[in-house]
Design a protein around this ligand. Structure first.
Ligand SMILES: Cc1ncc(COP(=O)(O)O)c(C=O)c1O
Length: 414
């Protein structure tokens, strides 16, 4: 393969993102400044350690960037340095979660998290993940009737099991999380509370979802989802846990930090403090609500009956298709989403019964209620007629006409 061919593929992928409807709830569009920072010579530098305490020389500028990113991370959530500490080095959400478990617990210790099928993440104790292999995870689930958390049941399990850590914050949960209740349950049972806000961090910054601060002891988040930053993560914890967390990240499980990505995080944290970013978060939820109403008006069933966040899950069972068949048919029309488990899914994780849809990326490109109503109608038509090739072609054209009016990376080419 030639280098040019790699760039050709990068251009084709950029074009796909530009022309399609990105409705994968965990995806978004980072700004050109964020993308630019990742492609700088900061990528060349080794800076094992932390600002002021590095193992290599030549880190005077890197130190300033990383310290600023730490300060900006706290600012973003209105936190003070007297009480809170940010570690901006985790490479990804999964490694941030691993660092918390390894830093604060011993292998084999008991942790409570939401079941994967109900919307928890792999790193919340799935048996195929390091978390489920190394730690003794006990899972809570959703109420089978409502598709929502049952806090009394969470409290009952915590009282019986006495976990050392409770994890809340999820991958596919459509409702707001009551961090105060989780904190009460954790405190009553002598457990630490970790909020993994990977999905909802942006909403929290924009006031579109309640904050886990000051209720959680540790907060982890990816930076590439609703935060619109680079593909990466961070951990914010109470100061008394900072040493253990820092040690767990480095030297515990990572070597050199990705300082080019840390610079991109600093830029993202500056962007996210703007009024525009904050009002976009409110719009993200409004867009999800409009999408939910539009789908329901077309006779589609939604888990928990709708959404209070940036995402919703279609229950495909009354359509007589699997989530995969549905999301594949949508992709043929340029609408990208993922097949997802529904709570207590009668089918298998490889062939789940739901489709998860999110509105962060569409909101970033400027979609509002008018566009979301059109999108809801297109999705409903496709899911009701997933093998109708003409329909998918026609909708793909309409999708491309619409996205052309909301350019995201105009004239970007590598
Ligand atoms: C709640 C939650 N935590 C952690 C992660 C893991 O993040 P990453 O893919 O960066 O490892 C995800 C990713 O989807 C997530 O949804």
């Amino acid at each position: 393969m030639e280098i040019k061919e790699v760039f050709d593929l990068i251009n084709q992928e950029t074009d796909r993102q530009e022309k399609g409807l990105v409705m994968i709830a965990s995806e978004n569009y980072a700004s050109l400044d964020v993308l630019k920072a990742m492609g700088t010579p900061l990528s060349n530098k080794y800076s094992e350690g932390y600002p002021g305490k590095r193992y290599y020389s030549g880190n005077q500028f890197i130190d300033q960037i990383e310290s600023s990113a730490q300060k900006l991370a706290l600012q973003l959530f209105g936190l003070d340095e007297e009480n809170w500490h940010a570690n901006v080095q985790p490479h990804s959400g999964s490694s941030a979660n691993l660092a918390v478990y390894l830093g604060l617990l011993q292998p084999g210790d008991k942790i409570m998290g939401l079941d994967l099928g109900a919307g928890g993440h792999l790193t919340h104790g799935s048996p195929v993940n390091f978390s489920g292999k190394l730690f003794n995870f006990i899972h809570y689930n959703l109420d089978p009737e409502t598709g929502k958390l049952d806090y009394a049941e969470v409290a009952r399990i915590a009282e019986t099991e006495k976990p050392k850590l409770i994890v809340c914050g999820f991958t596919a949960y459509t409702q707001q999380i009551d961090f105060v209740k989780f904190s009460e349950i954790a405190k009553a049972n002598g457990a630490l509370l970790m909020a993994d806000i990977s999905h909802i961090a942006g909403l929290i910054v924009g006031g579109a979802h309640p904050s886990p601060f000051p209720y959680a002891d540790i907060v982890t988040t990816t930076t590439h989802k609703t935060l619109r930053g680079p593909r990466s993560a961070m951990i914010i914890c109470k100061n008394e846990l900072a040493k253990q967390i820092d040690k767990a990240v480095f030297p515990g499980m990572q070597g050199g930090p990705l300082e080019n990505v840390i610079a991109a995080k600093a830029i993202c944290f500056i962007e996210d403090q703007s009024e525009k970013f904050k009002s976009d978060q409110i719009q993200t939820v409004k867009n999800a609500e409009t999408l939910a109403e539009g789908l329901k008006a077309n006779g589609l069933n939604l888990v928990a009956g709708g959404t209070q966040t940036h995402l919703l899950i279609i229950d495909c069972r009354n359509l007589n298709i699997s989530g995969k068949e549905g999301s594949n048919a949508m992709a043929e029309a340029g609408i990208y989403a993922n097949a997802n488990m529904i709570p207590y899914d009668p089918s298998t994780p490889m062939n789940p019964s739901g489709i998860r849809l999110g509105t962060p990326a569409l909101t970033t490109r400027g979609f509002k209620e008018t566009e979301m109503k059109m999108v809801a109608d297109w999705i409903a038509q496709i899911l009701k007629n997933p093998t109708d090739e003409n329909l998918k072609k026609e909708i793909k054209n309409q999708v491309e006409n619409l996205t052309a009016k909301f350019p995201i990376y105009p004239n970007l080419s590598y």
